[in-house]
Structure formats: structure tokens, C-alpha cells
Design a protein around this ligand. Structure first.
Ligand SMILES: [Cu+2]
Length: 179
């Protein structure tokens, strides 16, 4: 009876081991099957989840050309010899672009009164400055005015309407172009 027990005990583990091996083999087959299924599963054909990356444009305001204040400043000196000048050089015409706003910075360096107006030559010659862009006469220093060039100003001039100054040649042409 004592001898049967060890063999029975020995046989039991053996049978158990065989069953375990079979189980492991079945399990291995299952794993292979699962692996094959996983490789060809429907999930494989889907595109990667998540939002598609979008290039986010930085909201940087681009400066528009010509729109900056100070871009269109026209400096003029009014001289003692009845001229408009820039750095001592007589200015006989100014080229402007229709639709652009200009700031005229006008320095009276003459030591006596001048003015500046923009308008039709006949009105400047007559001293008729009613409603015209410009600055009435002053004796010394810098004054300024702003004006937006329009098609209406075709043929206009700039000039000084102090009596005798326009006729003496204190004037110039406005040449209007378009951009
Ligand atoms: Cu003058």
C-alpha cells in the first residue's frame, strides 16, 4: 500500500503535467489566432485618431504700405525770395497720389508773412482762398495741415496769396498720379 501511494502520486503529477502542456499548446494556438486577427482587424485600416493637425496662422497684423501716418509728410520752407523750397532747393512741383493723405509741414523762414494754399491757379492768383486747403499767413516758424489728394485737384497749384507773392513766382504745380 505504501508503494502504490508514491506511484499514484507520481502518476498524478504526470497526468497533470500532460494536461498543462495541452493547455499551454491550446493557449498558444489561441494567442497566434488572436495575433493574426489583430493584425488584420478592422482597427488597422482606420486613420490615426485625433484631430488633424491644422497650421495655426499667427494673428500678426501686417502693416499695409502707405497707411502709416507720417509716411506722406511734405516739408516745405517759405523763403525770403518768395519761393517754396526743400533744403534750400526751390520746389516747383509736388507729385502726389490720388487717395493718399499728405501732411504739409511748412516752415516760414522769410522773416515776414507768407501763406500756403492749394487750389486752382486763378483762385490763388486772385487771393480767393475760401474753402481751399492751406494755412493763412503767419510770420515765422512751422505750421502744418493735412490734405487727401483727390481727382478734383487736377490742375491745382500750391501758392502764397500774400499780395504780389503768387505773381512773383511763389507757387508750384500739384502733379496728381494714381497708384
Ligand atoms: Cu508769400
Amino acid at each position: 500500500m505504501n508503494e502504490a501511494s508514491p506511484s499514484a502520486r507520481a502518476g498524478a503529477p504526470t497526468a497533470h503535467l500532460k494536461r498543462s502542456l495541452l493547455g499551454a499548446g491550446a493557449l498558444a494556438l489561441l494567442l497566434v489566432a488572436c495575433g493574426a486577427n489583430g493584425g488584420t482587424g478592422p482597427g488597422w485600416t482606420f486613420a490615426p485618431p485625433g484631430p488633424t493637425p491644422q497650421a495655426t496662422e499667427p494673428a500678426s497684423p501686417e502693416p499695409t504700405d502707405g497707411g502709416e501716418p507720417g509716411d506722406n509728410v511734405i516739408g516745405l520752407e517759405m523763403t525770403a525770395d518768395l519761393r517754396y523750397a526743400q533744403q534750400g532747393q526751390v520746389v516747383e512741383q509736388l507729385e502726389l497720389v490720388v487717395g493718399e493723405e499728405y501732411t504739409f509741414e511748412v516752415d516760414n523762414v522769410a522773416g515776414f508773412s507768407h501763406d500756403i494754399f492749394l487750389g486752382p491757379p486763378d483762385r490763388l492768383a486772385a487771393g480767393d482762398t475760401e474753402g481751399l486747403p492751406g494755412i493763412p499767413a503767419w510770420e515765422s516758424g512751422v505750421r502744418e495741415f493735412s490734405w487727401t489728394a483727390t481727382d478734383e485737384a487736377q490742375g491745382w497749384e500750391y501758392g502764397c496769396t500774400v499780395p504780389g507773392h503768387y505773381q512773383a513766382g511763389m507757387r508750384g504745380e500739384l502733379v496728381l498720379g494714381s497708384e
